[in-house]
Structures are given as structure tokens and as C-alpha cells.
Write a protein that binds this ligand. Structure first.
Ligand SMILES: [Zn+2]
Length: 469
């Protein structure tokens, strides 16, 4: 039988790091064995489900290139399927209507808690055959009373639950809606899922789900429960914490390749290898190599991966377009791909993210408006004005405008006025970039172009003259 896995998020919050990692593992496992991967949106919780979150799920997976072969299926569109299965279980005698009032159930729960017992339904209606047509009811699954549920988790090994510890699960609520645990079972069955890979918070649901499948006399899928991702400060991630919204990282200038690589390594390893492209991931991924312990989310490590990919990727249209998008978010509009190529190529080794790249290369796009007087004074030297003006005219006559020729010229000027080269370069850097921190100023001038450079230089020495500096 071909491998078939699924990712089944509930659209009740932004897709966060841990969930996306589960999706990635599930996807890779299917791809590793030439199987298929489906996407299912578990939206039966009508009140908490939100279409913005559905959009967030689809956009996140799309950004990361986690493609689904089927779906997205929506549970809210499959209510008829669940109802039919519930009727089947009722007919088979594996489910029953429970007419107990919420008042009775609350009281029962309270009594059990006072007595120090684990709260659970006392199965009052389990063996009754009467029907109280006018009363409201829930439908419960008739969990076996004895024996054990044993399953071999692909990550954790053998897991055993005693049936005596399991309740008679509600599979249909008073309002007629099927419950989460039930829909999951029926969907996995209906969609021929062979391997259920999900978060370890679902371990306790597994024996209940297996019992339902056994009642229906169908094959039980393989299960793999992936450990949690915890925050640096050891707290659990909250679903509504936007700092963990994976798409937030896209906005902050992270690259999908870096996020994918970081996610696969977050709890999975292959020898000492740190860098994996998607092809290698599909070749090498295995459930056995997944760690049983929780993984800690570390943004510094993610930044490390991002810097690696930002510097390693070829500067193609895709990278340039992403840079353009980030520039736009700072109200910088540039479509000169040749110019952008040069800037990325020159600046990227100093940057972690695309956002960082924008911040550090703003001067290539925006005029230097507010001159920092402290900086101006810091690098002021005798005859500043005259030397800059002289440099300006020499640059104006430079025929071949490249880094080497500009540097040779600046060295010549320094020698002529008997000053250090840095005494020439610093004022130039401030004139062009507005800052005293930047890469090689000759290289900046080459990229910036002759006309633009001369324009800023002229503006600067006029400024010095005006201030009588
Ligand atoms: Zn009852």
C-alpha cells in the first residue's frame, strides 16, 4: 500500500513553528517513499475557526514549498459523512445515546472530584435500550471495558493504555455536531491515511481513536508522535503568540530555504550534517532519527541558517524579487535588477536577513538628508573642504569608473595632501552613505555610479563651506 500522510491543522490560530515542523515531517515522510500528502482543515469548531487562519495555513505551506497532493479538505463540508458513520456505530451497538442532563454530569463530576477520583462518565445510559425522543442527548462511543490498547509509535516505541482508564467518548454533541476525535478517525480512515504523524499532545487521543477503528473493523494506521517545540525560556508556545507565526519570519526577511533547514534540524538529525536542501531532505528523512525529547526554538540558530542561505543562494530573479518586496515595505521602489544584483552581491555578507539588507543598503536608494554633525566634526581635518573639492574634480575626470581606479585616485589625493588614506575615505563615506560604518567606499562608489557619487560629494563640500568647517 502506498504511503499516505496528512497535515490536519485547526484554523484557530496562526500556524506556528511546531505545527509547521510536523507538517514538514509528515510531507517528507510521504515524499521519501513516493507516497502522497494531504491537507485537511479541521474546522468543526465553528466559533473559534477563522478564515484568516485558513489563509495563514495555506500561505505558510505555499511559502515553504510544502505542497499537498490532495485537498485542502474541510471537515465542515463533511458532516454528512460523520453522521453516516455515527449511525453505523449505533446500528452495530458500538455507540449509544446518553440522555444525562448537563446538570447531572456536572454533579457527578463534582462528587468524583471530592472523592478524589478521576472525573469520568459513569456509563449510566450505556446499556439502556430506551429512547427518550424529546430529550436532548449526546452520542457516546462504547469504549471496551477491559483489555488494553497497544500501539507501536514510530518514534516512541510501544505505548500501552488500559481500557479501564478510558471514558466513553462523546462522538456527537447535543447540537448534533460530531466531535473532534471522531472526525479525525473517520477522515483518516476515509482518506486512506497509512501514517499519522502529529504532535505528542495527541498521544492520549490515540487509544480512543484506535478503539473506534477497531469497532468499525478496519485497518489501524501507523502512528508517530513528534515531541513539542518549546521556547527558549522553556515555556510552551501559545497558538496565539504572533511572534511564532511562521509567516512573521517571512515578513522579517527570512528565506524559506533557511526556515525549512532550521525546522528539519529542530529535532531530527543525520550524522553531523547541518545543511540540507530539499532534495537531500526527501532522500534522507526518517522517523527513526527524530528525537524523543522536546526541541528548543532558538532564533539565533535560525538567523545563522538565514545568513548562510542569504550568502549561498545564487542572486537570481527570485532573490531579487524578494529584495524588491522588502524594499517596498520601507517605501523604497526600485526595479533596476542590475543595480539590485550589485547591491545584494556587495552587501549580503554583512546581513542576516533581507530586512537587514534593506536597512544597511538604504543609502543606495535614498538621499542622505540629515547630516550628523557629530560625525562631520569627528572626521574633520585641515583643509577638509579644499581636499574634498579637489577629490571631486579628480573623480569627475576619471574615465574608468571602477573600484580599482577610484582607490588609486584616492591614494594619489592622500599623498598629494600628505594625509592618511582613511582621512580621505571617511568624509567620502559620510558624504555618500551618511554613516561612518560601511564597506569599502570605493566599491560603494563604483556601484552607486559616477553621477550619483559626484552629486552627493558636491552637496557635502558645499555643506562644509556653508558651515565654515
Ligand atoms: Zn447518560
Amino acid at each position: 500500500m502506498d504511503i499516505k500522510t496528512r497535515f490536519a491543522p485547526s484554523p484557530t490560530g496562526f500556524l506556528h513553528i511546531g505545527s509547521v515542523r510536523t507538517a514538514l515531517y509528515s510531507w517528507l515522510f510521504a515524499k521519501r517513499y513516493n507516497g502522497s500528502f494531504i491537507l485537511r482543515i479541521e474546522d468543526t469548531d465553528i466559533i473559534r475557526s477563522d478564515k484568516n487562519y485558513i489563509e495563514n495555513i495555506l500561505d505558510t505551506l505555499h511559502w515553504l514549498g510544502i505542497t499537498w497532493d490532495e485537498g485542502p479538505y474541510f471537515q465542515s463540508e463533511r458532516l454528512e459523512v460523520y453522521r453516516n458513520k455515527i449511525n453505523e456505530l449505533l446500528d452495530l451497538g458500538h455507540a449509544y445515546r446518553c440522555y444525562c442532563s448537563t446538570h447531572r454530569l456536572k454533579k457527578l463530576r463534582l462528587q468524583q472530584m471530592i472523592a478524589g477520583d478521576k472525573p469520568r462518565y459513569d456509563r449510566k445510559c450505556r446499556d439502556h435500550t430506551y429512547s427518550m425522543r424529546k430529550s436532548s442527548y449526546v452520542i457516546r462511543f462504547k469504549n471496551p471495558l477491559h483489555g488494553k490498547v497497544i500501539f507501536h509509535d514510530q518514534i516512541r516505541g510501544k505505548i500501552i493504555f488500559k481500557n479501564s482508564e478510558l471514558d466513553d467518548l462523546i462522538i456527537q454533541r447535543r447540537n448534533g455536531m460530531p466531535t473532534y476525535n471522531f472526525c479525525v478517525v473517520i477522515d483518516d480512515l476515509d482518506m486512506n491515511i497509512t501514517d499519522v504523524i502529529r504532535g505528542e499532545d495527541h498521544i492520549n487521543n490515540t487509544p480512543r481513536q484506535i478503539n473506534i477503528l477497531q469497532a468499525l473493523n478496519v485497518k489501524i494506521p501507523n502512528y508517530a508522535h513528534v515531541s513539542m517545540v518549546i521556547n527558549d525560556d522553556k515555556s510552551n508556545f501559545s497558538k496565539r503568540d504572533n511572534s511564532l507565526n511562521v509567516l512573521e519570519y517571512k515578513k522579517r526577511g527570512f528565506l524559506c530555504q533557511a526556515v525549512l533547514n532550521y525546522l528539519i534540524k529542530l529535532g531530527w538529525s543525520h550524522k553531523d550534517q547541518e545543511i540540507f536542501n530539499v532534495y537531500e531532505m526527501k532522500e534522507l528523512f526518517s522517523l527513526r532519527a527524530i528525537s524523543k525529547s522536546p526541541s528548543t526554538f532558538n532564533v539565533k540558530k535560525l538567523l545563522w541558517y538565514n545568513q548562510y542561505y542569504l550568502n549561498k543562494l545564487s542572486i537570481n530573479d527570485s532573490l531579487i524579487n524578494q529584495f524588491i518586496e522588502h524594499l517596498k515595505s520601507f517605501n523604497i521602489y526600485c526595479t533596476d535588477n542590475v543595480y539590485l544584483f550589485k547591491i545584494i552581491n556587495f552587501m549580503r555578507s554583512r546581513c542576516n536577513t533581507l530586512q537587514d539588507l534593506v536597512l544597511q543598503s538604504r543609502f543606495f536608494f535614498e538621499p542622505v538628508n540629515n547630516v550628523d554633525m557629530q560625525l562631520v566634526r569627528k572626521y574633520l581635518f585641515d583643509q577638509s573642504y579644499y581636499i574634498l573639492k579637489y577629490t571631486y574634480y579628480k573623480l569627475q575626470n576619471l574615465n574608468i569608473w571602477d573600484t580599482m581606479n577610484i582607490t588609486t585616485l584616492l591614494k594619489y589625493v592622500a599623498k598629494k595632501f600628505s594625509v592618511l588614506l582613511k582621512n580621505i575615505c571617511m568624509p567620502l563615506r559620510i558624504a555618500i552613505t551618511g554613516s561612518d560604518i560601511s564597506p569599502n567606499v570605493s566599491a560603494i562608489m563604483e556601484i552607486f555610479g559616477k553621477e550619483n557619487t559626484l552629486h552627493r560629494l558636491k552637496k557635502y563640500y558645499h555643506f562644509l563651506k556653508k558651515c565654515s568647517l
